[in-house]
Design a protein around this ligand. Sequence first.
Ligand SMILES: [Zn+2]
Length: 257
Amino acid sequence: MGKYNEIEKKKMAYPIEEDPYYVDRCDLAATFRWFARLDMHEGIANHFSYAVSTDGSKFLMNPNALHFSRVRASDLILIDANDPSTMNRPDAPDPTAWAIHGSIHRNHENARCLMHLHPHYATALASLKDNTMYPVDQNTMRFFNRVSVDGGFDGMGVGDEAERLATTLGDNRVLMMGNHGVLTLARTIAQAFDEMYYFERSARNYITALQTGKPLSIVNDEVAEKTAQQWEAFDNSALHLQQVREILDSEGADYKN
Ligand SMILES: [Zn+2]
């Protein structure tokens, strides 16, 4: 049993399976495992969170310095933004992550789940002067006019980043963080997961097309918008996450512990 499980189990004093948020914990733990497998992780950095209170003040989040490939349901810590003692826990995430996630959970009613990563292709896109991902295939069309862009990077976790990001987001489910990475949000863990997965896949297609040096075949706005709406009408996210969980279950289901 890992250090984090020991800390959490002592605090809980009951089996993790009896935790009121056990299903959410398992879903979220599975997404960490999967993004590690897809090499979309950043070692022990980056955070995912899921709000369990309607005002967004209480949320599950990965603890400090635990590798994505090892996250278990019981490792996720329950943060209460109104309880300063949460910060004193030995496994408390860094204050910046807490501030950013807390601020977005509180300010956006659709932001029940937040995922932040620095995946290869999305971060390459974030490094370009023009971060626009033009609609060149079905995946990129999913995000047509649906990405907010933050161009205010001014160092790691300094200044008023939390406030700035929460304001920049608007109604979109993807925030391209210029010179940094990407953030997705949704009402469910499965949707935020699916959005992150497809955003990185789209960026991969788009950056690969750019790398050929040949002119892009950008579809017109009407086709791009129609395709984006088709994506929205065809939400397969729950089935996607279910398949991921079944694969992990077939390998021993350690993430559920
Ligand atoms: Zn980051």
